[in-house]
Design a protein around this ligand. Sequence first.
Ligand SMILES: NC(=O)c1ccc[n+]([C@@H]2O[C@H](COP(=O)([O-])OP(=O)(O)OC[C@H]3O[C@@H](n4cnc5c(N)ncnc54)[C@H](OP(=O)(O)O)[C@@H]3O)[C@@H](O)[C@H]2O)c1
Length: 213
Amino acid sequence: MSIFNTFGTPNYRNENFNNRRARNYRKKVSEHLSKTEIVSIAGRNSGDFTMDIADSDSIEKMFRKLGKVDAIVCIAGEAKWDHFENLSEEDFYIGIKSKLMGQVNLVRIGQHFLNPGGYITLSTGILADDPVVMTASAAMVNGGIHSFVQAAALELKDAIRLNVVSLGLVIDAYEKYKDYFPGHTPISMGKAVNAYVKSVKGKGNGQIIRVYD
Ligand SMILES: NC(=O)c1ccc[n+]([C@@H]2O[C@H](COP(=O)([O-])OP(=O)(O)OC[C@H]3O[C@@H](n4cnc5c(N)ncnc54)[C@H](OP(=O)(O)O)[C@@H]3O)[C@@H](O)[C@H]2O)c1
């Protein structure tokens, strides 16, 4: 099975955050899938292909180079984190353009580069169901993707399946972000990876695969 992976970075745009350590969870997912599948990776500055999910032309160009695949896994997308009183309209458009429409466009365009019976897995996060302070935009985007997946999955052709993985704070990001997620239990790397395996190798469609503890 040839799997196309794209990865995302939560853009908290808040000087307290840099998430080098956070980049581990997506690597674990692709390492695990690579054991049995052919995995191609894309990112704005890293990976086998250069692509920015916030730019639908770059998505189209990337798929034209890559060709047909059996699965698409997206662990990408940014949204602005800040107190609601500080969030401008433009701030909301960061998440709408990147994590929301970036993943919607990956489905809109990617469906035409999937072999029949192919799989698409998107990523959101616990903020959709259990937001914390400073996440009005990130929570909105995650919630929007949940509804999109349930609706679009009803109409995808060629037996293409569409699911979304919604994780709690992953263990490798816990030390960095725990103060923003008071009382949250970190998700083990094994559980995080298995959530994507469940979507890519299971038979579900239109599923929100929640792993919150
Ligand atoms: N970490 C957690 O605990 C956690 C929990 C729940 C949900 N999530 C969600 O999962 C996603 C990934 O989080 P993460 O913490 O794993 O991120 P991450 O490891 O920081 O992933 C960053 C990767 O994404 C690529 N990327 C960023 N924006 C992109 C774009 N617009 N187009 C294409 N590639 C892009 C970056 O590659 P380039 O720099 O090369 O573009 C980088 O390799 C985020 O949407 C986050 O909200 C994370």
